[in-house]
Write a protein that binds this ligand. Structure first.
Ligand code: FAD
Length: 304
């Protein structure tokens, strides 16, 4: 952490009415429940505030990191230097016919509820993904044969020069857990989804079926970031890890879940180092036994 700047003063005009969190512990803002402090965590609630916050960071050479709901990040124990811009307060959802436009901090669950209310189908796959719209577009999140690329119409993004532009679906370069947002460090401001009218009962049934599948298969009772590794072509990460004999393998407070070997969980008192060491151990074992490289899906950030 860089302790030499007075971050609060830099942002005081912009955040008169919104609390600024100095030395915020990232363990409190991420699903994995690990990670050291960041100099300051800001929660803008308008588009202008997001743009202005990033402008101040750039003008003052302050590194900044965008956080959605923190469900796919692992922050290291020494924390993050600079600013975390957490978008959870920027979360408006507007529906117009079969089109839903959501601000980037809106939760996927809330968009899914909005779709269900209007008997719109297509968003059910995302009802149990504990992320925000921005994080989901960034990752091209997907589950149960659905993914963001199937339903997104366009996204409003901030490019590397600070311009806000609208990119249609084909310009978003959405692939398996990747997007132009990830490749070029863009910021998602909002996303627009095009859904289809369906039967409310069927949509509701699918949502509850997928929710039960998650509850039965995933260790939702423990902090994690979901699937720790990307799916290697031709394999399933969880199966490889299980076949390598690593189911339940524990290192410090981190463990390969007994319930789903694709999940590394925090058993309660893990450090980020425990989790990172376990990720490395799993990678080495799977490579040794099956010759397959596993790459983390979880975004690892912060300082050693
Ligand atoms: C129990 C569990 C189950 C999960 N199941 C699934 C699943 O089925 N399918 C799946 O795909 N994922 C799954 N995940 C992972 C995660 O929920 C998704 O990747 C989700 O889309 C991340 O959204 P987030 O808002 O939490 O992003 P964060 O974790 O906050 O951030 C993830 C990345 O996105 C970037 N980012 C976030 N918002 C923006 C923005 N507005 N603009 C630019 N960059 C941004 C961040 O900088 C970071 O690099 C699961 C996670 C958990 C804990």
């Amino acid at each position: 952490m860089n302790r030499n700047k007075n971050y609060k003063v830099l942002f005081s005009n912009l955040y008169k009415d919104v609390q600024m969190h100095e030395n915020a512990k990232m363990s409190e803002y991420t699903n994995f429940r690990v990670g050291g402090p960041v100099n300051i965590l800001l929660t803008p609630n308008t588009k202008e505030q997001i743009i202005e916050t990033i402008k101040i960071c750039k003008e003052n050479n302050i590194p900044f990191y965008i956080l959605g709901n923190g469900s796919n990040v692992l922050v290291k124990d020494s924390g993050i230097s600079g600013v975390v811009i957490k978008l959870s307060e920027f979360n408006n959802i507007v529906r117009n016919g079969n089109i839903i436009k959501a601000e980037s901090g809106a939760l996927l669950k809330d968009v899914s509820d909005e779709a269900l209310k209007a008997s719109l189908t297509g968003f059910e796959f995302a009802c149990g993904i504990p992320g925000s719209v921005g994080g989901a577009v960034f990752m091209n999140a997907g589950a149960y044969d659905g993914e963001i690329s199937f339903i997104i119409k366009e996204a409003e993004v901030m490019d590397e020069k600070g311009n806000v532009i609208t990119l249609s679906k084909d310009k978003l370069e959405l692939g398996y857990r990747t997007s132009i947002i990830m490749k070029k460090n863009y910021v998602v401001i909002s996303a627009t989804f095009s859904l289809k009218y369906g039967e409310k009962d069927k949509i509701e049934g699918r949502v509850s079926e997928l929710t039960h599948r998650r509850e039965n298969k995933q260790p939702l009772e423990f902090p994690s970031a979901g699937s720790t590794f990307k799916r290697p072509e031709g394999y399933f990460a969880g199966k490889l890890i299980q076949d390598a004999g690593l189911k339940g393998f524990t290192l410090g407070g981190a463990a390969v879940s007994d319930k789903h070997s694709g999940f590394i969980i925090n058993k309660g008192n893990a450090t980020a180092k425990d989790i990172l060491d376990l990720i490395e151990h799993v990678q080495k074992e799977v490579k040794k036994q099956f010759g397959v490289d596993l790459y983390p899906e979880v975004r690892i950030i912060g300082e050693d």
